[in-house]
Design a binder for this molecule. Sequence first.
Ligand SMILES: Nc1nc2c(c(=O)[nH]1)N[C@H]1C(S)=C(S)[C@@H](COP(=O)(O)OP(=O)(O)OC[C@H]3O[C@@H](n4cnc5c(=O)[nH]c(N)nc54)[C@H](O)[C@@H]3O)O[C@H]1N2
Ligand SMILES: Nc1nc2c(c(=O)[nH]1)N[C@H]1C(S)=C(S)[C@@H](COP(=O)(O)OP(=O)(O)OC[C@H]3O[C@@H](n4cnc5c(=O)[nH]c(N)nc54)[C@H](O)[C@@H]3O)O[C@H]1N2
Ligand code: SF4
Ligand SMILES: [Mo]
Length: 733
Amino acid sequence: MATKRPDADRSADTHEHLATCPLCEATCGVRVKVQGGQITRIEGDRDDPFSQGYICPKAAALADLQTDPDRLTHPLRRTKGGWAKVSWDAALDEAADRLHGLREAHGRDAVAVYLGNPNVHNLGSMLFVPGLVRALGTKRRYSATSVDQLPHMLAAQTMFGHGLLMPVPDLDRCDLLLVFGANPVVSNGSIMTAPFVRKRLQAIAQRGQVHVFDPRRTETAQVATAHHAIRPGTDALALLALLHVVFAEGAPKLGHLADGAAHLDRLQAWAADFPPERVASATGVPADTLRALARRLLETPRAAVYGRMGACTQAFGGVTAMLLYALNAVTGHLDTPGGLMFAEPAVAAVHPPFGRPGAARNRFGRWHSRVRGLPEFFGELPVATLAEDILDPGDDATRGLVLWAGNPVLSCPNGRRLDEALTGLDFMVAVDLYRTETNRHAHLLLPAAPPLSRDHYDLAFNLLAVRNHAKFAPAVLPAPDETRQDWQIAHGLQRRLEARAGASLAQRAATAALGRLGPRGVLDLALRAGPYGARTGLKGLALGRLKANPHGVDLGALRPCLRRRMAKGWPGVDLCPDAFADEHARLSAALDAPAEGLVLIGRRLLRSNNSWLHNSPRLLKGKDRCTVLIHPEDAAARGIEEGAAVEIESRVGRVQAPAELSTEVMPGVVSLPHGFGHDREGVSWTVAAAHPGRSVNDLTDDQRVDPLSGNAALNGTPVTVRLAGASGDHDRS
Ligand SMILES: Nc1nc2c(c(=O)[nH]1)N[C@H]1C(S)=C(S)[C@@H](COP(=O)(O)OP(=O)(O)OC[C@H]3O[C@@H](n4cnc5c(=O)[nH]c(N)nc54)[C@H](O)[C@@H]3O)O[C@H]1N2
Ligand SMILES: Nc1nc2c(c(=O)[nH]1)N[C@H]1C(S)=C(S)[C@@H](COP(=O)(O)OP(=O)(O)OC[C@H]3O[C@@H](n4cnc5c(=O)[nH]c(N)nc54)[C@H](O)[C@@H]3O)O[C@H]1N2
Ligand code: SF4
Ligand SMILES: [Mo]
């Protein structure tokens, strides 16, 4: 079998292509067998030096995405009589006219943009959508960042000098791993690109220990050495207690970080106020456990403390992310092998040509959201403010939206309110593979090419990988139907907007030149300019070298880099930045007034990917997994039995789903997966609509954010739970 270019596959020949699965952060290498233009098999690529043959069940759905009859095939325009096909030129011209018209009439900020998660898994989007966003010139930029990793980015920016410098656990060399609010065995790892993470965790548990802090005894907790049930939203208190013991045991072990470290005194003063005994009842974690773990952390040369979604999409997300990094730093586990380390990818936004030392400082609070005044971060506003900035009347209301690869009606808090807000927009254009719960409100729908029809190089996740590596995979199949690559759509729209806005000739020439380069050309230049580009021995990394090594190029284990960075003008580590100064008081107040009643958390399912992939029959088969997990004691107190329909109610909404009784969740906590709720009219995914589930984000509250960072507090939503149909009085929790 030969490796072939996409357009050569129309014949009955069989070809095997090497690709990268772009569905999650693990970036697994796959072999795709194509026969007569059809995918006949997808399997792991054993020769990929990073993923070594591992794939999860979702990889098979890549084939379904190419052939799904429900996928969008043509640009569509909403008319009174329904959706009508239009040509690409007509669609792009109309989008540019309408967006430009709104800006002329109401100012640049009248048009908002929302960028969903798949953009960061898409080379063309990463390189070309920012140009479009610049051309729009709006301050109302939103993305999935503020329902996700914003706290990690805020901590990284204020502690290390750039929001993208997020350290990752050096999994393969660490002997002790503390995990706060992450479930990598199901999620396949996040801010920790590590294919076959289960095996890597099991190896740590064998040579050392893995401790999982989670309100639910997750699939990850089950492969760990120990599970510590923790009350949602109390991680910062547990981390302060660990820091308390660390400082009480003697001098912090800053090692090479001591040079240029700032605010150690502030961190120490905070920790002094939170001994383990003081936080035990609020967190649910016994003081002895915290003391013993802090000591073990100090004694173990190769250890890391890692936290993810559960730690950051909560009311104390920002300070929790900061404390996680600080705990690693003062125990000698930051920027050291086996600890939290920084990846050094072949192309990164923090290196030339895309970035320079210090270029991203002060990207916080430069402007604020219209109604609630929440701060900008990294050029974006918190998406929890999107709906109100449309709905609240006024000359400066949001009137237009560019929606790219996102489904915020299902993925953002108080989805019902956003759903309603979108119906009032003057104009919305959306780029997607499907007609979704969100983009059904668009005026124009532009169909993007499915994943295996585009080139892949991972710009985002090489920056977060547990090993440095680089791989380029050309598209396997041509773009089907009339779909176009995201980058082509973005570029087409950018050019048209620049023409209408009378952009300078220089700007228009630059845009045209970028389009001629395309993603491959830009990638090649970026690789050449990157840190491995000019190196001898590696012969200088450029696109040609990656093409000649289609399984990928291993660039070695992570290396300590902060000293080298400082020599180039980067700041030292700030252990408790000024941005967090008020958080001590907020944490103390929370400790003194613990929350009462049931709280809701989310959960991820192995065969699901946020709000999509639910249209793949092979992934969705089996029993309904969109259930409410509830502890048997909490269920008994409400007369709820296994499988009974229960109603969950929060400040913003009410949802019914079947109960699943389990001691997996701690008492006082209920869990519903996110990404479901395909019961809304007008979507194109028929398989998903037949197994709709309910949206957890009809319960999460857009007013519950981490007030520091603006990140949505998706976890820890106060709820009441009752048998469906029961009166609310006797079973309020
Ligand atoms: N309650 C709760 N809410 C959550 C979470 C949670 O844990 N709990 N998790 C949050 C997290 S971490 C995230 S990242 C967000 C995700 O939130 P979003 O990014 O808003 O939503 P997704 O569900 O990822 O939807 C992606 C959309 O992009 C489309 N798509 C897929 N690939 C492409 C492509 O290549 N090009 C284009 N143009 N479109 C494409 C899909 O069809 C789908 O409609 O959800 C967040 N919401
Ligand atoms: N199969 C699958 N894989 C995915 C995705 C998917 O939807 N499905 N989504 C992808 C995306 S976009 C992302 S961002 C990653 C996320 O990857 P992870 O962060 O690893 O995944 P989650 O399942 O959200 O893990 C969060 C954990 O936090 C716990 N938790 C909730 N509240 C708290 C709290 O207050 N404190 C603590 N300590 N724990 C808490 C939850 O019980 C849950 O186990 O997964 C990615 N991978
Ligand atoms: S783990 Fe992630 S990257 Fe690997 S096959 Fe599964 S979805 Fe794809
Ligand atoms: Mo995410």
